[in-house]
Design a protein around this ligand. Structure first.
Ligand code: NDP
Length: 351
């Protein structure tokens, strides 16, 4: 098997000069490295996958992507990760990155902009044009919450504006907050906020909620959940250094604006899974999440695994993402070993 593996590698490295890197692409490409295990993404899923992979004996390279540490770096505080006392989101992620580095993972502060999964070893390319051949890939590129793109939203993100009630709800004890959106996520956010806040109101753009009827009914069980406001659009989010103080809304029917006093704004207008690079290459769900097989993290392409919000549209929690990252690494290392990619084979190849 080992011989088999080495000969495949030899053929594939030689193949660089022919098939996939022709013409302009070839001239842009720098030295093509061969990487046994690559993790894309530096949120909890990617970092957990990297730590597990390296501890399982696989030389592991992690590409950070555009936001080092992922979405959690924009969360005010983490207070729901067992074993970790309340900590700022960015400090939590910095610690996880440092722990991953100390475990022996090679961390590259680069973003992968091209992926070719049609041949094995797979081919990935960075923004700078460096190409790598990859034996196994764990995709942990996360999901991006959709934003309203209104004034004040970005300024107060992490300080009054949030996309995660489960993460940040406790910081709004006794406060008046608003959830933007009328889908199932908006209802979930309102239900999670209800036990803590003084009041929570959904601001819905349409004249009706998109959420399932059964979900909407749940809203009626809490005195703190106020009736939704329909046909309203957020124009801006107001605030100061201490946080949010109000929301300016437009009544779409009357075209009148109004300012509502608010201490917090929770965005629930959907997420974009970061899967653009994999469209047409991996099986994706209707809403773009990577589909994984059964109770494993395996994708539709052997040797490619996915973990975290890029494949999980249900829980979207750091602790779940980290668990799935660990599972993806175990799956990936086990798959590599089945292909003959053992520590001995790698040493032999390097010598
Ligand atoms: P949805 O696409 O279902 O709903 C998005 C909501 O946001 C809609 O009310 C939409 O309004 C509103 N919206 C979108 N853009 C804007 C904007 N720019 N300004 C104001 N409002 C806006 O997204 P969800 O995240 O709620 O759900 C995604 C999927 O996940 C769904 O399939 C859902 O069923 C599922 N899900 C299931 C859960 C469960 O079963 N417990 C929990 C969470 C999600 P409009 O209607 O006017 O377009």
């Amino acid at each position: 098997m080992m011989k088999n593996y080495i000969s495949i590698l030899f053929v594939s490295v030689m193949g660089l000069c022919s098939s996939s890197l022709m013409g302009e692409e070839l001239s842009k490409a720098k030295v093509p490295d061969l990487l046994p295990m690559v993790i894309l993404g530096s949120g909890p899923a990617g970092l957990a996958a990297a730590q597990y992979s390296v501890r399982l004996g696989m030389p592991t390279t992690l590409f950070m992507g555009q936001t080092s540490g992922g979405l959690l770096t924009k969360t005010s505080f983490i207070d729901n990760y067992p074993g970790v006392m309340k900590v700022a989101g960015d400090i939590f992620m910095d610690t996880m990155i440092e722990q991953t580095r100390q475990a022996g993972v090679k961390i590259l502060d680069e973003t992968i902009v091209s992926v070719d999964l049609s041949q094995w070893p797979f081919m990935i390319g960075t923004e700078e044009g460096t190409m790598y051949r990859v034996l196994s890939l764990v995709i942990a590129t996360g999901a991006t919450p959709k934003m309203l793109n209104v004034p004040g939203e970005e300024t107060h993100y992490g300080n009054g504006v949030s996309s995660c009630a489960l993460c940040d709800g406790l910081f709004f004890k006794g406060k008046d907050v608003f959830v933007i959106g009328g889908g199932d996520s908006a209802v979930e956010e309102a239900l999670q906020l209800a036990p803590h806040v003084k009041s929570v109101t959904c601001l819905v753009r349409s004249q009706q909620m998109r959420a399932a009827h059964s979900m909407q009914q749940k809203l009626q069980g809490y005195p703190t959940i106020k009736p939704p406001r329909y046909g309203v659009q957020v124009k801006s989010i107001l605030g100061n250094n201490e946080g949010v103080t109000g929301i300016e809304i437009l009544n779409i029917e009357t075209n009148k604006t109004e300012v509502l006093d608010a201490d917090g704004v929770f965005l629930a207008i959907g997420h974009h899974p970061n899967t653009d690079l994999f469209v047409g290459q991996l099986a994706l769900s209707e809403n773009g999440h990577i589909l994984v097989e059964g109770r494993t993290q395996a994708t539709s392409v052997p040797g490619v695994f996915a973990a975290g919000d890029v494949e999980d549209d249900l829980y979207r929690q750091a602790i779940v993402a980290a668990g799935r990252g660990a599972a993806a690494a175990i799956d990936a290392v086990s798959w590599l070993r089945k292909q003959g990619v053992t520590e001995d084979a790698l040493k032999q190849l390097a010598s």
